[in-house]
Write a protein that binds this ligand. Structure first.
Ligand SMILES: [Zn+2]
Ligand SMILES: [Zn+2]
Length: 348
């Protein structure tokens, strides 16, 4: 039996924290559930998951549909698309069987690359390697979530770029429907001996997923800002996520001068740092630009937005002495506060 390898290359950068990653997770579950009901897909489809934030890595190796379980997706800082492509090419070399004189190899692999942001690493070398050595023997479909993805870069990589506008729950469930229907159709066509039917993007339009035709549209800037802090009690990390607020009269404010409203505070595990790129914050935001400071998602302390002189965020339960969970210095928090300060934001 020739296998039909499907690779999901998923952006798990910190802007995906909260709802988006939960929805991506359930989209993966629904794709697998729907495909398992298709006898052709059950015989041929094999799935692998590669994740990327500041670092890229394989999360699930290529396994048959029956033994694939959607993984819990990690989260990290950064969007290392170049590294993700390198990882993808490595996995294709390792996992996909080539046709030789004494074996029939796998079918052409299909790759769904989902991203919601702009690459934070160099992509040129990986993109040109992909175009030269892989584009003719694999089908890569790039899928953008929300308005922040860099379609110009994706268009260099593949002609097939589709957009899920809001990246919200409905979009992702439509995406799941479309992917499972396309993959099932592909495995059926292969079973009937058609040579290279290919995944049809025409069906994407029918499913309400828009095709990105030109590459001129610049990504929407500065939609999400994120910060990492640590709980002063258990030292565990957390993520604070703010979304750009459109203020009347302030529309189109220069980057770094917008206003951001709190979306939520999410507990993180140490794994977050393994998936984040080194090199720290991309830029800074003034605390004046931020509206809302949530309680600590770990210990419930009144604010998760206190800053040590080392420049890192921690939670704080009001005035008094506290030990910084990052640098272990003792700091005295006064009453009131009120002065604004600049903080390094994540890379998204
Ligand atoms: Zn805390
Ligand atoms: Zn400190």
């Amino acid at each position: 039996m020739r296998r039909l390898p499907i690779f999901f290359v998923l952006d798990v950068s910190e802007s995906m924290a909260g709802e988006p990653i939960a929805q991506l997770q359930s989209a993966m579950e629904s794709i697998v559930e729907q495909l398992r009901q298709d006898p052709n897909a059950l015989e041929t489809v094999h799935i692998s998951v590669i994740a990327f934030a500041g670092k890229a890595g394989m999360v699930v190796p290529l396994v048959e549909l029956m033994s694939f379980y959607p993984p819990r997706l990690p989260l990290g800082g950064g969007t290392a698309l170049g590294e993700a492509l390198d990882e993808l090419m490595t996995r294709i070399e390792v996992e996909v069987k080539k046709t030789t004189s004494d074996q029939r190899g796998d079918w052409e692999p299909v790759i769904y690359l989902l991203t919601d942001g702009r690459p934070t690493d160099r992509t040129d070398a990986a993109i040109s390697r992909w175009r030269k050595q892989y584009a003719s023997r694999a089908h890569l479909i790039a899928v953008t979530l929300g308005g922040g993805a860099d379609t110009r870069v994706l268009k260099q990589l593949t002609d097939d770029v589709v957009a899920l506008d809001s990246g919200g729950g409905d979009d992702l469930s439509r995406f799941a429907q479309w992917v499972s229907a396309s993959v099932a159709a592909q495995s059926q066509a292969l079973d009937m001996g058609k040579s290279a039917p290919g995944i049809s993007l025409a069906k994407a339009g029918e499913a309400g997923i828009s095709l990105v035709k030109d590459s001129d549209s610049a990504p929407v800037d500065e939609q999400v800002v994120v910060f990492t802090g640590r709980c002063h009690r258990n030292k565990k990390p957390y993520l604070l996520k703010y979304n750009a607020v459109s203020v009347p009269g302030n529309f189109g404010a220069p980057a770094g001068q917008g206003v951001y409203g709190l979306e939520g505070a999410y507990p993180l595990s140490e794994e977050y740092f393994e998936w984040s790129s080194e090199g720290g914050a991309a830029s800074t935001v003034s605390s004046d630009q931020l509206e809302g400071a949530p309680p600590c998602p770990h210990c419930g302390a009144v604010t998760s937005f206190a800053m040590c002189s080392c420049g890192k965020l921690m939670c704080c339960n009001g005035p008094g002495e506290q030990t910084c969970p990052w640098c272990a210095d003792t700091i005295e928090f006064g009453k009131g506060g009120g002065s604004s300060f600049d903080i390094g934001r994540g890379q998204g």
